[in-house]
Every structure is written in C-alpha cells, then in structure tokens.
Design a protein around this ligand. Structure first.
Ligand SMILES: Nc1ncnc2c1ncn2[C@@H]1O[C@H](COP(=O)(O)OP(=O)(O)OP(=O)(O)O)[C@@H](O)[C@H]1O
Length: 341
C-alpha cells in the first residue's frame, strides 16, 4: 500500500523537480526531455525496462553526472548551480554499494559519521542507533564482506542515513534480495517516509512500485510514457472488467438480457479475459475501468430488472499489463479503457 498522506488538503511542497531533462551519450539519446515533480514526503517510483535511463536520471538528480539540458531542483537547490547544497540534502544508495567489505559494519558507519563531520560521541550515538534500527547490532563487529545481500543493503541504507538526508534516491533497492529481505526493506522505506523523508526509487519490480509508490513514472525510449498512481496507470489500458456470477440459470439469462448492450459479444476479439457471457459458468463480464460510476451503472441496470448477482468482482489490469502496454513495441495505447457506454 502506498504511504498514507496527511489529509490537510494543502499541496505538499516539491522535493524534486525536473523540467526538460536531456542527456545523450554520443549519438545515443538517453533522456529526451523528462519532466518530474516529486512532492515532499512521498515515494516516487521510476519504472522502465533495462537501459531506459533510470540510473542516468538518478545520477543527474544526485549530481554525479550533469545533464545536457533542463532545469533540475532538488530540495529547492539547482543541481547545476549549487551541487554542494543538493549533496547536503540527499542520500543515495546505488546498485553498487558504498559498503567496504574489509571493515566491520560498525566501522563502515563510523567512517560515514567522520565524512559527515560528526563528533566522535555523536558519531557513535548515531551509528549505534542506526545499527539497532536496521537490525544489525549482532553483526556490527563482523566484517561486512561476511554479510548476506539483505544485510549489506540494510547497512548501505543505514550509512546513507547517517547524514539525516530529507531526500533519498534508491536505485533498485531490492534487486537480488529474497522475498523476506525485500519485505523487510519495504518496511524500512515506509518507516522513512512516515518520518517525512522523500524517496525516489528505481525498480524493475512492478509489485514494488505498486506496494510502495504514491506515484509512478514509466520511462521508455527516453521519455515518460505515463505517470500517475498505480491505480491511474492501470486504468490507462484496456482489460478491466466487472464479472458477475449467478447460481440460478434463470437469473443469469435475465441479467444477460438486462445488460445486453454492455456485454461484449463473443465474436469481438477485444474482449477482456473472460469478457463474454459464459453459459457454463453462469457468469457475465462487462468491460469497465473499475470506476464507481461504471459499477453503479451496472448495478442500477440489475436493480431495475430485479436481479441480484451471487458474486460480483471488479478486475483491473495489474502493473505488469501496464508495463508491457507502455514499454512494448506498440507503445502507449491510443484508446483508454473501453467504455461500457
Ligand atoms: N557512461 C555511459 N556512456 C555511454 N552510454 C551510457 C553510459 N551510461 C549509461 N549509458 C547508456 O544509457 C542508457 C541508459 O542507461 P541507464 O543505466 O540509465 O538505464 P537503466 O534504466 O538504469 O537500466 P537498468 O535497468 O539496466 O539499470 C543505456 O543504453 C546505457 O547503455
């Protein structure tokens, strides 16, 4: 579930804003005019196939490389004009970890505290607190090279937090982790956001974006192919439907009659999965974007005919469908969800 927002109605301040971001390597255009706005205290996921430009975007936002064009502000600071202030405001954990395997977890943390110019006492206090929070106390005195992948990721993130950044970029934070470690990391990320930290994460895992992100941008061919909440993205592509099932064949036939205009005939190739009358299963499927309005319209029709379904389910496409539709050869679908009316 995305992180809940405080509902005071006021728009959140912007933590990260990019307008017209461009980057090429030689002839290869990697980012072809990207616009991003990430509200403070939210999780934003950048999704895209291999080579789409996710890491390049994170590198530009975190001042590791410069853009060819575009206006980029992070924490209110211009990345081109004031990279030092940007660096002071952010934390980055990349696909290549900052963890030094030759020294212990605790030593890695203390080294980080030194880099942030914390006093010896303050450094020890912060290191101990973060090792505790990331469940690394037992392993703290062992060389980091002996840590599991999940422990290394946790240590990496703990090291990033030594400087108390308010904006964190996580480049594929759970790649290669087992399901328990992934869930563990999701919990940690949610905890950060609950403390008001802004998180930009790149991921190839659609369920990760679905679970964590308030908003998702799908990057494809150097452009943002679509941006929105997971639910908004799922509504962009056809395939959603309302399914009604009946125990009584007579009720099923009456419903099929009442909903005749909105049920897709079997002959239409564009029917959603199971999106046709199914005489054997006594079920009907009605194409729908899953909105309350469409659901009400179907229920109204059934009510008017005095019919009650024994089972009603609303099916929306999942993010896998969105990803394939938006990043496949056909690109963005011309038509949004098929309408029932
Ligand atoms: N230093 C570089 N020199 C030349 N080309 C580069 C360089 N860095 C990245 N690229 C190219 O830019 C494109 C985007 O790379 P990037 O690493 O941003 O993609 P990504 O979306 O993060 O991919 P992945 O999911 O595989 O990590 C790729 O085609 C890559 O080969």
């Amino acid at each position: 579930m995305p992180t809940p927002r405080k509902g005071d109605g006021r728009p959140s301040p912007t933590a990260v804003r990019a307008v017209g971001l461009r980057k090429s390597y030689g002839e290869k255009v990697v980012l072809d005019g990207i616009d991003l706005r990430i509200p403070a205290g939210s999780v934003f996921a950048l999704l895209g196939p291999n080579g789409a430009g996710k890491t390049t975007t994170v590198k530009i936002l975190s001042t590791l490389i410069t853009a060819d064009a575009g206006d980029v502000r992070v924490g209110g600071h211009d990345v081109a004009a004031d990279p030092q202030s940007v660096r002071a405001a952010i934390g980055v954990t990349g696909q290549f970890s900052a963890v030094d395997g030759l020294i212990t977890g605790e030593e890695n943390m203390l080294l980080m505290a030194d880099l942030h110019h914390l006093s010896k006492n303050e450094g020890r206090r912060v290191a101990a607190e973060l090792l505790e929070r990331f469940d690394l106390v037992e392993a703290a005195k062992r060389p980091a090279s002996a840590y599991s992948g999940g422990m290394k990721r946790r240590l990496d993130l703990a090291m990033t937090l030594v400087g108390s950044p308010r904006i964190i970029f996580l480049d594929e934070p759970t790649t290669g982790l087992d399901p328990r470690s992934r869930h563990n990391m999701w919990g940690i990320i949610r905890g950060l956001v609950a403390d008001g930290v802004t998180v930009l994460l790149t991921t190839q895992y659609l369920d990760e974006a679905d679970e964590l992100a308030d908003r998702i941008a799908v990057l494809n061919d150097g452009r943002i192919a679509a941006e929105g909440t997971a639910e908004e993205l799922k509504r962009l592509i056809p395939g959603g439907h309302i399914r009604l099932r009946f125990n009584d064949p007579a009720a099923y036939r009456s419903a099929a009659d009442a909903l005749r205009e909105v049920i897709l005939p079997r002959a239409l190739g564009s029917a959603p999965p199971g999106g046709v009358p199914d005489d054997e299963a006594l079920s009907l499927s009605i194409p729908s974007d899953g909105s309350q309005r469409e659901l009400r319209s179907v229920l109204d029709r059934l009510d008017s005919a005095g019919i009650e379904a024994d089972e009603l389910t609303v099916h929306t496409p999942d993010l896998d469908d969105v990803f394939f539709a938006l990043t496949g050869p056909a690109g963005v679908p011309d038509q949004p969800t098929e309408k029932t009316r």
